[in-house]
Design a protein around this ligand. Structure first.
Ligand SMILES: [Cu+2]
Length: 152
């Protein structure tokens, strides 16, 4: 008597590998800079260009050793006056460039431990919802570079 053993091919298992993870590193932080702080000023701001080559992400927080607090800010027009306003997150649209610049979005540095001196740099960590934390070196440029003054 011949016995036929039937072997069941389990093709289904291979299909599970198809899911693609969200890749960190889709965001490139370009030209991070800050304005030199004047005198005893306790606040400063950092600016940069966020190039997102992946899916839409969100900047959710920032921190820097040079300041007690780093907040995400934007400017809104209030009559003829531009005022700063704290925002919870900054959307970083996929396949696009989001610019943090004087007069617009910026990372506010509050409670500076010392002056930000032109020609120096300091590390700033930006945390994204999907990409996670990224640390960049922020170049300190001349006081008053590119414009607006910060008043709190
Ligand atoms: Cu601000």
């Amino acid at each position: 008597m011949t016995r036929l053993v039937s072997i069941c091919a389990t093709l289904a298992a291979a299909a599970v590998l198809a899911a693609t993870p969200a890749l960190a590193g889709d965001i490139v932080i370009e030209k991070p800079w800050a304005r030199a702080s004047a005198g005893m000023a306790k606040a400063g701001a950092a600016f940069m260009v966020l190039r997102n080559e992946g899916a839409t992400d969100r900047l959710v927080s920032a921190s820097a050793g040079v300041a007690k607090v780093a907040e995400l800010h934007t400017h809104i027009k209030d009559g003829d006056v531009m005022r700063m306003r704290r925002v919870e997150t900054i959307e970083v649209t996929g396949g696009a460039v989001t610019t943090l610049a004087p007069g617009g979005l910026h990372v506010m540095l509050m409670g500076l431990h010392g002056p930000l001196e032109e020609g120096t740099s300091f590390p700033l960590t930006l945390t994204f919802e999907r990409a996670g934390p990224m640390t960049v070196d922020v170049m300190v440029m001349k006081a008053g570079a590119m414009g607006m003054q910060h008043t709190h």
